[in-house]
Design a protein around this ligand. Structure first.
Ligand SMILES: *Cc1c(COP(=O)(O)O)cnc(C)c1O
Length: 473
């Protein structure tokens, strides 16, 4: 006797499914339209929050309509707020609408781009080549899409370490701890996490007044480690620090790496894409000499989360990660993409979202979007500079603007602005000659943010500062 599809518990009759997906899609479109009108982060009642985290699994099934009701009533109305054009916190973007459509379609296909040779696995190779083209890198070289910058950096640093490790059976091979990774004090914490997982030694080099890695200090540290019998292995430069958007001196660091035989990695999660923009390109001189580089399309490109990119100038990923157990043997011409990553099952949603955004924008549109972020950031920097009580505390070369309101605690200001609900901003500690300074930090990476939203932020900060001043009287 054959089982009816309904017996599986998952089947939804065609007309009902169509209605369910339409309702979900209508919600998404209405949500996007309504976001700018509402508060940045809608109030999330604690009672409701507890309900979501405490739920036990029911015994009985529910209808698909009831499940979608729950999603739309209990969950979807309470986001982090990063879809809102007045959300300036951290580096978290809104979703490009085309990516939402791509995500739905990719989910229907449920593509696994870790395995097999099919349209989306070919498309991933193509999309990676498009990203290389935007960055001005040669089309050759390995790459793979990841969940984001942290995973992309982990993959690249693993490949870097494997490339300098002697063959496992080489006599006198050093232990992982004896291999030294170098970063600056402004490097994203995911590099330290990766080195922790890899078991290497991490040296943190101070930054200069420009908040970029101090290259003289780097050379001194490498010399000292060599003299101590360690093996300097990898420098992780940053192409746009998460704190202030500073770009390390890739030419000088590249020359040091070449001189001492180190792998030069670039964390471009936040900033690397701006190398495609003529007016910013000079900051990234030397990028084409990096041995590996990461990019996060789910930041400045507004590809819906998640989507990161790991790229090699030449090889490295496959050598580090390829495992070919018998159950994955195949006759396809090309290696399957799981050989370049730690993920075996890999979501095809990433590539379809990325490719759709690139396809919609074209090169000109990508540059236009990236310029838009720079222009809006420039407007904020100019407003801060012109303001009698505000002061920039880092040179805003990319889309991050760090500033203080004289006489006001930045953390308290950020708290009050965020609580008022018309804008959201976070803070960061910036190293300075007299120790770290806590500054307000606005990151512009939203295609919908205009100078008017920036003006709202400035007036909300003024209002918060006035309330603080009134209380301390
Ligand atoms: C955001 C960021 C990361 C981490 O990327 P995720 O996508 O959040 O994992 C790493 N480095 C820099 C410079 C970043 O801005």
């Amino acid at each position: 006797m054959s089982h009816s599809p309904a017996g599986s518990g998952l089947e939804i009759p065609q007309e009902e499914l169509r209605a369910l997906l339409r309702r979900s899609a209508d919600w998404a479109a209405d949500h996007l339209a309504a976001v700018p009108e509402g508060p940045v982060r809608p109030h999330f009642p604690e009672e409701q929050a507890r309900l979501l985290e405490s739920g036990a699994l029911d015994e009985a099934p529910r209808s698909p309509e009831a499940v979608v009701d729950d999603i739309l009533d209990l969950i979807a109305p309470y986001p982090l707020g990063n879809g809102h054009p007045a959300f300036f916190g951290w580096v978290i973007s809104p979703p490009a609408p085309i990516g939402i459509a791509a995500d739905l379609i990719a989910s229907a296909v449920n593509a696994n781009v870790g395995v097999g040779d099919h349209a989306l696995s070919r498309l991933e190779r193509g999309a990676l080549r498009q990203v290389r083209g935007l960055l001005g890198l040669s089309p050759a070289g390995e790459g793979v899409l990841t969940s984001g910058g942290s995973m992309a950096n982990l993959l690249c640093l693993t490949a870097a370490l494997r490339s300098v490790l002697p063959a496992e059976d080489a006599p006198g091979a050093l232990t992982a701890r004896e291999y030294v990774f170098y970063q600056s004090s402004e490097t994203h914490a995911c590099v330290a996490r990766a080195v922790r997982m890899l078991g290497g030694t991490l040296r943190t080099i101070p930054v200069g007044p420009d908040l970029a890695l101090d290259t003289d200090e780097l050379r001194t540290a490498i010399e000292k480690d060599r003299a101590d019998g360690l093996r300097p292995a990898v420098v992780a430069s940053t192409l746009g620090t998460v704190g202030t958007g500073a770009v390390d001196d890739l030419v000088t660091i590249g020359a040091i790496c070449a001189e001492y035989g180190l792998w030069h990695h670039g964390d471009g999660s936040y900033g690397a894409l701006w190398s495609a923009v003529p007016r910013a390109r000079a900051l990234f001189a030397g990028m084409d000499t990096l041995d590996s580089v990461t990019v996060d399309p789910h930041k400045s490109l507004n590809v819906p989360i998640d989507c990161g990119v790991a790229l090699m100038r030449g090889q490295g990923l496959r050598a580090a990660f390829s495992m070919l157990p018998t159950y994955l043997h195949h006759d396809d011409d090309r290696p399957w993409l799981n050989e370049y990553s730690v993920e075996l099952t890999r979501s095809g949603n990433r590539v379809l979202k990325l490719w759709s955004v690139l396809r919609m924008l074209g090169r000109r549109g990508v540059i236009g979007l990236l310029e838009h972020h720079l222009d809006v950031a420039r407007h904020l920097a100019a407003s801060v500079t012109a303001h009698p009580s505000m002061r920039l505390v880092a040179d805003a070369k990319l889309s991050t603007v760090c500033f203080v309101y004289e006489g006001c605690d930045s953390k308290e200001l950020a708290r009050r602005v965020t609580a008022a609900g018309r804008a959201l901003i976070a803070t960061v500690d910036i190293p300075g000659p007299d120790g770290p300074l806590t500054a307000l930090r606005a990151c512009l990476c939203n295609y919908r943010t205009t100078t008017e939203h920036v003006d709202v932020l400035v007036s909300e900060i003024e209002r918060a500062a006035a309330s603080l001043a009134a209380e301390s009287k």
